[in-house]
Design a protein around this ligand. Structure first.
Ligand code: ZN
Length: 167
């Protein structure tokens, strides 16, 4: 594992299921060196990342660099921005598939979104203004508590918390 030289956290949204126009849905970005890890995907996640990229001159937050994300749980205020996170970076030239890791149900959610947007994918992949053939994919994985993600910069451990009826 490489020793990171700099870690920054940018809160992209802190809203709730109440549609407060002043607050985007829950999402934050953890930027380790030049790599971004998104945690939760509330409504507005990609546009708030693009805003922060511009405001703070953070290339790591440009939409095409959003390719790793975690979900804390599957309440819709934390996931309603997921189609945006899965697809908008792709049409902004993301080449890497999105790696998406979360609790049981995450893969079903991602697969359902991919299926729901099947016609858009078909048109964008085969139409007159074709997008790249790799960045639309999502590699989703359901995980249980414990260390569930590792790369050369970070190690991520999931743990249980009390939150309504979620296990
Ligand atoms: Zn919740």
């Amino acid at each position: 594992m490489v020793k990171p030289t700099r870690t920054r956290i940018v809160i992209l949204g802190s809203g709730s299921p109440i549609a407060n126009p002043e607050r985007s849905g829950p999402a934050l970005a953890i930027i380790v060196d030049d790599r971004t890890y998104i945690v939760d995907s509330g409504p507005g996640v990609v546009r708030r990342a693009a805003e922060a990229a511009k405001k703070y001159h953070l290339q790591a937050l440009e939409p095409n660099n959003l390719s790793t994300a975690f979900l804390t749980h599957l309440h819709h205020d934390h996931t309603a921005g997921l189609p945006d996170l899965m697809l908008t970076p792709w049409t902004n030239d993301r080449l890497k598939p999105l790696t998406l890791i979360g609790p049981p149900g995450t893969k079903q959610l991602a697969d359902g979104i991919t299926q729901a947007f099947g016609e858009d994918l078909r048109i964008r992949l085969n139409g007159l203004e074709p997008a790249n053939e790799t960045g639309w994919k999502t590699r989703a994985k359901d995980v249980m508590p414990g260390v569930m993600f590792r790369d050369d910069l970070v190690s991520v451990e999931a743990f249980l918390v009390d939150h309504g009826n979620w296990e």
